[in-house]
Design a binder for this molecule. Structure first.
Ligand SMILES: Nc1nc2c(c(=O)[nH]1)N[C@@H](CN(C=O)c1ccc(C(=O)N[C@@H](CCC(=O)O)C(=O)O)cc1)CN2
Length: 304
């Protein structure tokens, strides 16, 4: 009797579970916060400022508050109307800068068009800038690395560490050059001794650049732009995109910047959307708040 031909097993990338990793990090932060409360009788305080009523921002701010309180930190929310002036926001930031109970300040982006995000970010005390967007923290990131590190790129690095023991010498491609993700991501990969390329809308032959990459970080905000045949076999793919697309019948669904189903048979490991980088952003915000509190209150560097 002839045996049925064995079907060649389809290669599948390791799915990097950001939700589970974020949960573990939040539990560690909760444990450390409880220890510090017992030792010093105080909990770190995070103030989140929301201007206007952008639906996605409202969800993110609510989730930040829930996660902050669940970890045993103090969460304070300030909501300003969409008509708020830049002076209103700057006045609130000045109050929070001076408040000794507040260790971290985050102004949710985007802001209404009459308010300059640059002016607001630059007004935040760099020691309380838990987003890591202030020029002092940006400068530290590109020099000695001692400042507060932007949450999304920090989360990407933690996810990478879970699947890649050594990053030194690897080719890393960051697609996107935003100040929030692309540029700080490039700085962190460079600090980890990767050979870093940053691609953007004017880059020539993006597929060819992608095919060189052992690590590919997609942060362009264009649904499924990175195709499966652009990916180097075995590469680690970190998808930062959170794009809401029409799913028909009046429904929407979230997709990343990478064509996930095409990438899975080629990549070595890949983050899904949702459930990849997104949850790490909020966990790293709590981490930054703990770090800022430790430094401000003289609790020393914490093991997080
Ligand atoms: N001041 C800031 N503003 C904004 C930041 C930021 O880091 N600081 N980043 C984004 C929004 N953001 C946090 O604020 C954020 C985005 C996405 C997620 C997340 O968990 N995404 C989930 C899906 C959620 C959904 O269903 O919509 C996922 O990817 O699994 C968390 C935080 C812009 N503004």
């Amino acid at each position: 009797m002839t045996e049925a031909p064995t079907k060649e097993a389809t290669r599948q990338a390791t799915r990097i579970d950001g939700k589970a990793e974020a949960e573990r990090l939040r539990l560690r932060i909760g444990g450390e916060a409880a220890r510090l409360l017992a030792l010093h009788g105080a909990a770190p305080g995070l103030a989140v400022v929301l201007v206007g009523e952008d639906p996605a921002s409202q969800v993110y701010v609510r989730n930040k508050g829930i996660a902050t309180r669940a970890a045993g930190l103090v969460s304070v929310e300030h909501r300003l109307p969409v008509s708020a002036s830049q002076a209103d926001v700057l006045a609130l930031v000045a109050t929070l800068n001076a408040d000794p109970a507040i260790d971290g300040i985050l102004v949710q982006l985007p802001l209404p068009q009459q308010i300059s995000a640059k002016a607001v970010i630059e007004a935040i005390d760099p020691a309380k800038d838990v987003d890591g967007f202030h020029p002092v923290n940006t400068g530290r990131l590109w020099t000695d690395g001692g400042g507060l590190v932007p949450c999304t790129p920090q989360g990407c690095m933690l996810l990478l560490a879970g699947v890649r023991e050594r990053l030194a010498g690897l080719n890393a491609l960051v697609v996107g050059r935003s100040s929030i993700v692309g540029k700080p991501m490039a700085a962190l990969l460079l600090a980890a001794d990767c050979t870093v390329t940053v691609a953007h809308s004017r880059s020539r032959d993006l597929p060819a650049l992608a095919r060189q990459a052992d690590i590919l970080v997609a942060a362009v905000g264009r649904p499924a732009m990175i195709r499966g045949d652009w990916i180097r076999p075995g590469a680690t793919v970190i998808d930062v995109g959170v794009n809401r697309i029409d799913a028909g019948q009046g429904k929407t669904r979230l997709v990343g910047d990478v064509a996930y189903d095409e990438a899975v048979p080629v990549a070595g490991a890949i983050t899904p959307v949702p459930g990849g980088v997104g949850p790490m952003t909020i966990a790293c915000l709590l981490r930054n708040t703990m770090i800022a509190a430790g430094r401000r209150r003289g609790w020393g560097e914490l093991d997080l």
